[in-house]
Design a protein around this ligand. Structure first.
Ligand code: PAF
Length: 292
């Protein structure tokens, strides 16, 4: 794939850069820097990450890169929404300073032989359903952190396992960056905002609402302990399996937020109640924090 020609920044908007050299030049005089890594198709959820980044730093960089390493052979890499023009408008509205939008060739000019492995934490839940997913995420996030060199990087708590493995990579590899988890943004009906929501038909969207409903049902009985939480959420998902179109659950899990290990029946304290399910051809994930 050939490099896109460098584009002038729209006046008052972010500087749009495509290569590491352009990025380095754009950040030459940057002060405290925050990175918001994204795959584009920016929505309100991303905007809330940008706003959090803005509060943390003088210079905000948003990366827009659909990372092939984190897509399985039967996943939606080719049909993943790519909307750079409107992404830049969103970044301009949020006061972003630099948008880094490299091509696949720029990020992976040769076969990526050396990669980051997420270890056993990346093989559970999302990692079990999407083998290699977290290795792909960590490899690109590691590269972006090296390229941008931010003081802080902001990730959504909606991807709770991703946030946990990124934190673990940063700790295990002594990367000098603070990782901030931003709260999940929801539409008024409760659906967590996500780029893949655009795939949902009106009927599928109604079925998709069972996810947040199940999580809320679990959270409501947190005082009764982990088994009650799992049972309450599970009951709503059983109902969801009968909906039209049905919600096909990949997993429902109550886990430690740092390790993503299942919490035991006697566990007390913070936990994450996470769910993943397919509605039609769209795979959705969601989670809530539960104070047991
Ligand atoms: O969460 C995402 O959008 C992606 O996994 C990320 C962190 C940008 C890496 O490609």
């Amino acid at each position: 794939m050939s490099e896109p020609a460098p584009q002038p920044a729209p006046s008052g908007g972010p500087r749009l850069v495509h290569t590491p050299d352009e990025l380095r030049a754009a950040l030459a005089r940057a002060g405290r820097t925050a990175l918001v890594p994204t795959m584009g198709a920016l929505h309100e959820g991303h905007r809330s990450l940008m706003r959090l980044a803005r509060e943390q730093a003088d210079t905000v960089v948003v990366s827009v890169f659909v990372n092939p390493l984190q897509f399985g052979p039967n996943e939606d890499f080719d049909r993943y929404p790519r909307t750079l023009e409107t992404d830049i408008v969103a970044c301009a509205e949020e006061g972003v300073d630099v948008v880094f939008a490299p091509t696949v060739n720029t990020m992976y000019p040769t076969e990526q032989m050396v990669t980051v492995r997420a270890g056993s934490m990346g093989e559970r839940f999302e990692g079990a359903f999407r083998p290699g997913f977290f290795d792909g995420v960590l490899t690109v996030v590691g590269k972006l952190l090296h390229l941008v060199g931010p003081d802080v990087a902001v990730f959504g708590r909606k991807d709770a396992q991703q946030l946990a493995v990124v934190r673990r990579m940063v700790a295990d590899l002594n990367m000098p960056v603070e990782i901030i988890g931003a709260p999940t943004l929801r539409d008024p009906d409760g659906l967590a905002t996500a780029s893949r929501n655009v795939y949902l038909s009106a009927e599928e969207r109604v079925s998709a609402l069972f996810l947040s409903r199940a999580l809320e049902a679990g959270r409501r009985v947190a005082a009764d302990g982990p088994d009650a939480v799992r049972a309450a959420a599970g009951a709503v998902l059983e109902e969801a399996a009968e909906a039209t179109p049905p919600v096909e659950v990949d997993y429902l899990a109550l886990v430690d937020p740092d390790t993503f290990a299942d919490v035991t029946s006697g566990h007390r304290g913070e936990a994450v109640l996470a769910v993943a399910a397919r509605v039609g051809r769209t795979r959705l994930i969601d989670n809530v924090s539960v104070d047991l």
